[in-house]
Design a protein around this ligand. Structure first.
Ligand code: COI
Length: 356
């Protein structure tokens, strides 16, 4: 574990924007809470961790990240708990993943203890921004970028690490229509698919837009070498229920190590569900869909939680999947995950971390 003894300085906003914010009607990712955490890496160490009012970041047009995309991020959530408190969901997993991404992208790791303190203090300061009701949470966005003012391709010497938060409700308003993508790919062996870096998402925009132009909410990505194996769905991991077995692509280096993915697998196994993490061919999913054995499919991610897939398209074929109400397995796992997060059922895994 990377540790540090640094204390976080805080500067509270003089005027909260909360009274003029309608938390009942928020669009995902459009509303930002009052404060943010900032810290700079210079001269080989992280310096001056501070919580300040949420606001713009000043940067030179020559800032490295703007040109060569040396940037990584995370997404996690804080929830109101049934006992009146506030909890973070599996923050250690996001901290660990961010530090794995940082290694892949030649960026400095963030001391775990300091990262955790920053999350806890920031969420504590803005806990009143957490909306109430089902689907509601405070989405937390830590990110780091190369901050050298320099034109040239090399790792930056300096970095900025920021955490801000957004009150959110559901990411998708309805079950998603997806298309299996066999022309473009999101990642390839030896690439950055496993890292949560900005470039992975930017590269997916064009094929995703083409899909949207044809009426699809998301794509199902296939492997970059053969396009025969399923990888992820849009910005989420993907699961298929074939005859009661939960099948998901194995983490082979090109797929994001989803925290929601991991949580679903653990809950499903504890519920006695057979779970298979392995190569999943497009063909087997099509065959299962054609003969009615594909009972459900869903995406899994922090923002979306469980995003039910309404239909899957491949070429000229389109398969409508059963109504959400009939998806016993996905609904059961989703309810358990939600119950743990909101403190309505016990947390046997020690996933929830209390914001004091
Ligand atoms: C998340 O699920 O946290 C992501 O980063 C995906 C993005 C679509 C919000």
């Amino acid at each position: 574990m990377i540790t540090t003894g640094q204390k976080i300085a805080t500067q509270r906003t003089e005027r909260s924007r909360l009274p003029e914010t309608d938390l009942e009607n928020i669009k995902f990712g459009r509303v930002f809470s009052d404060h943010m955490f900032v810290m700079d890496h210079e001269g080989g160490s992280w310096n001056a961790p501070t919580i300040v009012p949420f606001g713009d970041l000043r940067m030179s047009p020559a800032t490295l990240v703007l040109h060569y995309s040396q940037t990584i991020f995370e997404g996690l959530k804080a929830y109101r708990s049934a006992d009146g408190g506030v909890n973070l969901f599996r923050p250690q997993a996001n901290i660990a993943r961010m530090n794995r991404s940082s290694e892949r992208m030649c960026m400095p790791p963030i001391p775990e203890e300091l990262f955790m303190d920053a999350l806890l203090q920031l969420v504590k300061m803005d806990k009143d921004w957490i909306p109430k009701g089902p689907d509601a949470a405070l989405y937390i966005r830590p990110f780091m970028y190369a901050s050298d003012e320099y034109i040239g391709v090399r790792p930056s010497d300096s970095y900025k690490f920021v955490i801000f938060t957004c009150p959110v409700r559901g990411y998708y308003a309805e079950p998603v229509r997806v298309r299996i993508e066999t022309e473009y790919c999101r990642a390839f062996p030896g690439g950055t698919g496993e890292a949560k870096c900005g470039g992975n998402y930017a590269g997916g925009l064009f094929p995703a837009k083409q899909g949207q132009d044809h009426g699809f909410h998301q794509l199902i990505w296939t492997d970059g070498l053969t396009h025969k194996y399923i990888e992820e769905s849009g910005t989420m991991n993907v699961f298929f229920n074939v005859d009661g077995t939960l099948i998901t692509p194995a983490l082979d280096g090109t797929i994001l190590h989803g925290v929601t993915r991991d949580s679903i697998i653990r809950i499903a196994k504890d519920e006695g569900v057979r779970v298979e993490e392995r190569q999943v061919s497009v063909e087997e999913i099509l065959v299962a869909a054609r003969n009615g054995r594909l009972r459900s499919a869903f995406g899994a991610g922090t923002a979306a939680t469980i995003a039910h897939i309404a239909s899957i398209s491949f070429g000229e074929e389109e398969f409508e999947l059963p109504q959400v109400a009939q998806r016993e397995l996905a609904n059961k796992i989703g309810a358990k995950l939600d119950g743990i997060r909101r403190g309505t059922i016990p947390d046997p895994y020690g996933w929830m971390v209390r914001v004091a």
